[in-house]
Design a protein around this ligand. Structure first.
Ligand SMILES: NC(=O)c1ccc[n+]([C@@H]2O[C@H](COP(=O)([O-])OP(=O)(O)OC[C@H]3O[C@@H](n4cnc5c(N)ncnc54)[C@H](O)[C@@H]3O)[C@@H](O)[C@H]2O)c1
Length: 344
């Protein structure tokens, strides 16, 4: 089978990581890159002399023959670039979030389906080995019934002007929560504030309400002294934490829970007893999630795997955009809980 010919669009902070990962795979070839910024193009040109450099998508589409586009441009440009790629019959891997509007996200999902090509969204944390451990633990019911998920994703920068901190950062956690729970939130409440550049919120606190009374809470900020990437899963039998930056490994399984013992003096009531067990730090193999995502994308394009349930499918990416629209509506209503409308 011939190698998949790939073009990477957008060579800012993130795009060059895609170039490096795709260039290292045997089954594909990075044939071209696109960015209006000459310095960004030259950096790639120096590292990969065989790669064609283009300053616009139009120039790429008229001069190159590619099988797939990788889109790593600002979110507000995703829709037009992805649409052009799909209309040219290409498979597309688009960075998260898929678009900045629900309607356009679902339009792209349908277009990919109609054209019979892969549209994958770069929700890269589902290729993170620590998050995979968490997903498997939930699947095997290691923690029992899930009560609550709590995520913190903070740092000082990078700052964006096209989307707020929720669209930029919480897009990861919403996707992770949906995958962990195998469900979509029904409603959302969010408060946030814009301090650096009106009207873009720098700090956002989000509460997601999932079916069966499961709560998801997310704190995101690019205006924070500490880089934190953490998720706490509170289950009926066990609690599991993920900390991407922890020295001893990202996952800790806390064999702790609360037991309800009948209190015979007051019939019908329970006393709550905490159960203290061991802490377990499973060995999690280190690997670059972006590399695993690149491999999955290439395999999917070569196999014609168009499953709606595949990790990072366009449908799942569009559902994240639906949730983010709900976050924005709640922010505009000072944190009132709003129902989430799913398109598609
Ligand atoms: N998955 C992750 O963990 C992760 C991490 C960082 C960024 N991202 C995503 O990647 C995307 C890019 O983020 P970034 O931090 O690299 O942004 P950035 O601002 O650093 O870079 C964007 C680049 O796109 C170029 N660009 C803008 N419009 C273009 C167009 N029409 N055609 C071609 N190039 C264009 C710019 O010149 C710039 O070089 C965003 O969607 C972001 O959410 C994902």
């Amino acid at each position: 089978m011939a190698n998949l010919r790939i073009a990477v669009v957008g060579l800012g902070r993130w795009g060059p990581n895609h170039v490096r990962n795709f260039a290292s795979l045997a089954e594909c070839e990075v044939v071209a890159v696109v960015d209006p910024d000459q310095q960004a193009r030259e950096k790639i040109g120096n590292l990969y002399p065989a790669v064609a450099l283009h300053d616009s998508l139009e120039s790429l589409l008229s001069e190159e023959t590619c099988d797939a586009l990788v889109v790593a441009t600002p979110t507000d440009t995703h829709f037009s670039i992805v649409k052009a790629g799909l209309n040219a019959g290409m498979h597309v891997l688009c960075e998260k979030p898929l678009t900045n509007r629900s309607e356009s996200a679902w339009e792209l999902q349908k277009l990919a389906e109609e054209n019979g090509v892969v549209l994958m969204v770069g929700h890269v944390f589902l290729f993170n080995s620590g998050i995979n451990y968490l997903c498997n633990a939930v699947r095997e019911q290691a923690a029992g019934q899930i009560y609550c998920l709590n995520a913190t994703r903070t740092n000082l920068g990078p700052f964006r002007s096209d989307v707020n901190a929720a669209w930029d950062l919480a897009s990861h956690d919403i996707y992770i929560f949906n995958q962990l729970l195998g469900a979509r939130p029904v409603s959302v409440s969010a408060v946030g504030e814009s301090y650096l550049r009106q009207p873009v919120e720098d700090i956002v606190f989000i509460t997601l309400f999932y079916p069966d009374r499961v709560m998801g809470h997310i704190h995101v900020s690019w205006l924070d002294p500490k880089k934190v990437r953490q998720i706490t899963l509170v289950g009926e039998k066990k609690m599991i934490t993920w900390d991407e930056l922890a020295n001893l490994g990202p996952i800790t399984v806390h064999d702790r829970s609360v037991q309800k013992e009948p209190a015979y003096e007051t019939f019908g009531e329970f006393q709550l007893l905490t159960r203290e067990g061991d802490l377990m730090l499973p060995r999690i193999p280190a690997s670059e999630p972006l590399g695993a995502q690149a491999r999955a994308f290439v395999d999917r394009c070569r196999d014609g795997e168009l499953s709606l349930e595949a990790r990072g499918s366009a449908r799942q990416g569009a559902e994240v955009v639906d949730v983010l629209e709900g976050v924005d509506r709640s922010l505009q209503q000072d944190g009132a809980a709003v129902e989430i409308h799913y398109g598609g």
